[in-house]
Design a protein around this ligand. Structure first.
Ligand SMILES: Nc1ncnc2c1ncn2[C@@H]1O[C@H](COP(=O)(O)OP(=O)(O)OP(=O)(O)O)[C@@H](O)[C@H]1O
Length: 600
């Protein structure tokens, strides 16, 4: 049985109330126990496998920032699952068939396969450079995929769901999409000629009339509605779920699933009918099954599939794809996570429009983790986000260089930490029981900070799971600010080292701050793996001590042993994140570090 995360949280909230009754003097204790409970429940045996996919990207041109965004969102979810101790399969790849590619290859004077190989390699290179840790990269021109598509087609055909018919209507080659008359409007092309366009994408459409194979999509409307009504979290966020339900109120005509071979040669031929080529979207969507192992052994992964897709392909993933799967008698994806678009000057960044930001060049200029952090910190699944270099530099300097990097500098600076160790925690200076608090040196804000950091893993987990990564990063950022405030408030550099009480308090301040940093570093691994590694290595946290289960914040406060206390810090490999220059001031060279300035 799977226990949804929300039920765990609700259950934990009930348990928290009971614990608060059991530990009336220390609400923090109750939270500590709540967190343990959540950590233990996180990855139950039944939830061990996860299969995460990005869309496969169309290779009609080089990758842009929007593609990298889809990939790092999915990568973040995959890395988070691994941290939880789950088995996670993470697939991405390239979509290589269709008329657009046939035409692009012709224009480039190349044969389609070498054209595809060339662009596919660019996607692979980008993902490698940006630490996208996919476990499979599929190309739809591979033999394993052709076999899966042919099998899938035969299953649908044997069930009587595909029939030979005649399609007449509007078609957008640019979107590889069929449109109803209501989805089409008038426009003028660049030379002022009247044309018909898709109202949604603005791309040109043409009237198409040809004999081809049709899929009985209309039969699936009731089943699709039942699925969505019974699974209100199947499409997230909510606004996209509502959009799909709305579409399902309208007519759902049967769908053409092949093109005449005379028009489209670059694709998989329909089994037993060499005059027809399989529709590129049916071909592309089956990639998720191919990677899971279809048609052989696939249920281990297929039963736990999560798709991450842009809103431009919502209909394909929430109507066509589930209908094909229902037709083939296969389970539906668990969740379809939808995200909005990166825009430039308010317009969707798109290969066809050419208004693209080169993600490779930007990640070289602003670092890989800088780009990952910016995309995940600013990208909001529900609404579009405009890309801007200045905004990026400002955000990275404030949050990674000054706030997080500054905190690490302070706590590891030889001036404050001459022994370069994880110093001791003194329970008398920071007592956990209410009665002794007046005798300690910690103040109310310090206790509030502990409570915030204590509950941070559960907060972050919830946001990672729903792919609201920006909310997770907001929560981490707020705790980092509180920890900086803690250090600033007690100004350890002003304490008298000759006084044993002051020295114990100084050590406690540093111990607590390092513990906070350890939690931040562990939680940030899915977003900024290199920075998190640098931070945790500097703290002396070993690779085996970086999992979700190892979070266990500030055990000394609970009277337990802390494995880090007294341990030597790792070596100093420089500032955590070098400040970037404003792109207007110079061409994005790393600015002088503010290491000294960050110290006090
Ligand atoms: N501007 C964007 N912002 C966020 N994600 C995007 C953006 N553009 C594309 N994507 C991601 O890439 C997926 C597939 O995009 P596709 O390969 O069609 O790129 P495109 O630039 O939209 O191409 P085209 O302009 O040829 O339609 C989208 O579903 C989405 O996941």
């Amino acid at each position: 049985m799977r226990i949804p995360y929300r039920s765990i949280i609700r259950g934990c909230q009930t348990v928290q109330k009971l614990l608060q009754r059991a530990f009336p003097v220390s609400p923090v204790s109750a939270q500590w126990h709540q967190q343990r409970l959540i950590l233990r429940c996180m990855c139950t045996k039944e939830e061990r496998n996860h299969y995460i996919t990005t869309p496969i990207f169309y290779v009609n041109a080089s990758p842009h920032l929007g593609h990298l965004y889809s990939a790092v969102l999915a990568d973040c979810l995959h890395r988070y699952r691994l941290l939880q101790g789950c088995n996670s399969k993470f697939a991405t790849g390239t979509d290589e068939h269709g008329l657009k590619i046939q035409q692009a290859a012709e224009a480039a004077g190349k044969d389609p396969l070498s054209f595809c190989t060339d662009v596919s390699e660019r996607f692979k290179h980008l993902f490698r450079s940006c630490n996208v840790s996919h476990t499979d990269f599929i190309r739809t021109t591979e033999q394993r995929h052709r076999r899966a598509v042919e099998h899938f087609w035969s299953v649908l055909q044997n069930k009587g769901l595909i029939y030979k018919g005649s399609y007449e209507g509007w078609y957008s080659t640019q979107d590889e999409s069929f449109l109803t008359p209501q989805q089409v409007g008038d426009a003028l092309d660049s030379s002022g000629r009247k044309i018909k366009v898709s109202l949604e994408s603005g791309h040109k459409v043409e009237w198409m009339k040809e004999e081809n194979f049709m899929f009985r999509l209309s039969e699936f409307r009731p089943q699709l509605r039942d699925w969505l009504r019974g699974n209100p979290r199947a499409v997230q966020p909510e606004r996209f779920y509502q959009a799909v339900l709305h579409w399902l109120q309208e007519d759902l005509p049967d769908l053409s699933v092949s093109r005449q071979r005379s028009r489209l040669q670059w694709g998989i031929p329909v089994p037993n009918d060499p005059e027809q080529t399989i529709y590129v979207w049916l071909d592309a969507l089956v990639n998720y099954l191919t990677v899971a192992g279809y048609p052989d052994k696939y249920s281990q992964w297929w039963d736990v599939a999560h798709h991450v897709v842009g809103k431009d392909i919502l209909k394909f993933h929430t109507i066509y794809w589930p209908a094909f799967l229902l037709g083939a008698g296969l389970p539906l994806p668990q969740v379809i996570h939808v995200h909005s678009h990166w825009t430039v000057g308010g317009k969707k960044m798109s290969k066809s429009l050419g208004n693209v930001v080169d993600p490779l060049e930007r990640s070289q200029r602003f670092t890989t983790d800088g780009m990952r952090y910016f995309l995940l910190r600013q990208g909001v699944p529900d609404s579009d986000c405009d890309y801007n270099d200045q905004k990026l530099v400002k955000l990275l300097n404030a949050e990674l260089a000054d706030s997080l990097g500054g905190l690490l500098n302070r706590c590891t600076a030889p001036s404050l930490n001459p022994a370069q160790i994880y110093p001791s925690f003194c329970p008398n200076s920071f007592p956990s029981d209410q009665a002794s608090r007046l005798r300690g040196r910690a103040v109310t804000e310090d206790y509030l900070m502990l409570t915030a950091v204590q509950s941070l893993p559960a907060v972050v987990a919830q946001h990672y799971e729903s792919l609201h990564v920006y909310k997770a990063l907001e929560a981490v950022g707020s705790c980092v600010r509180q920890t900086n405030g803690f250090v600033q408030r007690h100004a350890p550099w002003k304490l008298d080292r000759g006084d044993s009480d002051d020295q114990r308090w100084l050590d406690t301040i540093i111990h607590v701050s390092l513990e906070c940093l350890r939690i931040y570093g562990t939680l940030l691994q899915p977003v900024v793996p290199e920075i998190a590694n640098k931070l945790l290595s500097r703290l002396g946290v070993q690779p085996g001590e970086r999992s979700w289960a190892a979070l266990n914040f500030l055990p000394r406060y609970q009277g337990q042993d802390c494995p880090f206390e007294g341990r030597a810090l790792g070596c100093d490999s420089g500032v955590l994140f070098s400040r970037l220059e404003n792109p207007n001031a110079g061409k994005g060279k790393p600015a002088k570090t503010k290491k000294a300035a960050n110290l006090m």
